[in-house]
Design a protein around this ligand. Structure first.
Ligand code: COI
Length: 374
């Protein structure tokens, strides 16, 4: 998929929106409901390669009803964020990781790959256009949604020979409607999100639609999301909109452990997940803590909660950032996760959220994780 012209940011054409919009106040930002004034579009054609990128006013796409995206789900996306720093610069958090994952998703469904640095440059130009719409304040940011679809017309099931890469941006606050509050999850084993040899580790739209029905079921019992289990062992995998972490304390040795499921092809390779692992491995005292990627089951969580060994649980994701978990419904009962008295998270969750926010909002430097774009 790489023959023809490479993606080239220097060929960018910009058409400005004649009517720039005013920023909404933070308390009116609903996740993914309002968009900035511009979008980036880049077409790809087999043999010709990538066309000149365009930034133009945000607006509808015109596609033939037979386009393969509508019939065979040739669609993949990414989610990353831009932040306003105290000195009014706009930064993106680890965009290289998202671009690498986007290429992996594209390669898996026979859509074209691209030069990751070129797309980062172009997303930077897009943000520059709408810089005034990047919100200010911890917990608020610009959510960036790069997307790629197959646009070949016709109902034959085959490799797309045309594709469209587009990027839209939404000023956002907290992902969950409950705001910055601890969430309730329901452990789900009657449906499966992903399986070995499948595509659960790729960011394909097709992974999300089938999860809505079980989510509605969980919501009818008061839970925000499903905690997906896998296999006869009932391994804890992830939430679908976020990876998950559990913290335990061994009551015999006193040693603490932070655990998340390993990347075995069924788990989304979360950028926030990777950041949590890196920061906890770097900052937690190894005499006190172990940080492990290993299989663990809902039974282990339940038994250890009963023994008082469950310390904390939280989800991690670009949209969800670090979201504390307060209860997990399983087998008709709720496993309670301790929180700090009068607060919405445990101490480690709070600390991890702070470490990440400090880097994202440019208060602390961490290698090249935070990239100034505008
Ligand atoms: C993200 O965290 O960026 C996601 O893609 C999760 C969700 C909003 C689909």
């Amino acid at each position: 998929f790489t023959e023809g012209a490479a993606l080239d940011a220097s060929k960018l054409q910009i058409t400005n929106n004649p009517k720039p919009s005013c920023p909404l106040p933070n308390d009116q930002l609903v996740f993914g409901q309002t968009f900035t004034d511009h979008m980036l579009t880049i077409e790809w054609n087999k043999g010709k390669g990538w066309s000149a990128p365009e930034i133009k006013p945000y607006g509808p796409l015109v596609l033939d009803p037979s386009a393969c995206v509508f019939h065979y789900a040739f669609e993949l996306f990414e989610g990353l964020k831009a932040y306003r720093t105290p000195d009014n610069k706009i930064t993106m958090f680890r965009p290289d990781m998202n671009m690498i994952r986007m290429n992996k998703s594209a390669a898996r469904i026979c859509l074209p790959t691209f030069d990751t640095d070129q797309l980062i440059t172009l997303i930077g130009k897009l943000i520059e256009q709408d810089k005034s719409l990047v919100p200010q304040g911890q917990g608020y940011s610009l959510y960036i949604r790069p997307t790629m679809i197959g646009t070949t017309n016709g109902l034959g099931v085959s490799t797309p020979d045309k594709a469209l890469l587009f990027v839209i941006c939404s000023p956002v606050g907290p992902y969950y409607k409950t705001g910055f509050k601890a969430v309730r999850l329901e452990a789900t084993d009657y449906a499966t999100r992903a399986w070995p040899g499948g595509v659960g580790d790729k960011k394909l739209g097709a992974n999300y639609a089938p999860c809505i029905l079980p989510q509605l079921d969980a919501a009818s019992r008061g839970y925000q999301q499903n905690l997906w289990l896998f296999g006869p062992e009932k391994n804890i995998t992830e939430v679908g909109t976020m990876n998950v972490f559990f913290a335990f304390r061994d009551s015999k040795t006193g040693k603490k452990e932070l655990v998340t499921a390993p990347l075995d092809g069924t788990i989304l390779e979360g950028v926030t997940r990777d950041s949590v692992l890196a920061l906890t491995r770097q900052n937690l005292d190894p005499k006190e803590w172990e940080v492990n990627e290993r299989y663990y089951t809902i039974t282990e969580v339940q038994e250890r909660a009963e023994k008082g060994e469950l310390l904390e649980a939280f989800g991690s994701g670009t949209a969800a950032v670090v979201s504390p978990i307060k209860e997990i419904g399983w087998n008709g009962t709720d496993i309670n996760v301790p929180l700090l008295p009068g607060e919405q998270s445990g101490p480690l969750t709070k600390q991890v959220a702070q470490w990440i926010a400090d880097i994202q909002y440019g208060r602390v430097k961490h290698g090249n994780w935070s990239r100034v774009v505008a």
